[in-house]
Write a new protein. Sequence first.
Length: 142
Amino acid sequence: MRTYQAYRSLLGSARWQRVYNAGARPQRLLWASTGTKDPKASDILYVKALAAPFTVNTMPEGTLKALAEHTELGTILPADGGACEQVLAQFAKAGIDIDALAVQLQDEGAKSFVNSWNELMSVIASKSAAIQEPAGSVEAHS
């Protein structure tokens, strides 16, 4: 909610409005890989929690199919952040260091994307090498 609030504040700022009026277009806020990992949680937990105008949500195919089955999202993220500060204050009161958690999640997320990218590049290199092999050697690999 805090992230979306900051995003919408930026889009509503006088500075942004000036560049928008000059022809600039906003970059959309991206919620990446919003599949639910916990089998006990709703299969569209994060999709519902992050539904908002001017955003893009990338989700695994299973989550997309689950969303189609549920058909309703419910409420969307409020542009003003809703109760985000009260929720974050409750986390802090419970001893959770929000800033440290944010850094940890960003680091883990970045590493995950780098790993996925490296895996993709490896598969592409492997497939490319297989295509480059002489016709006779393809049978040997079949």
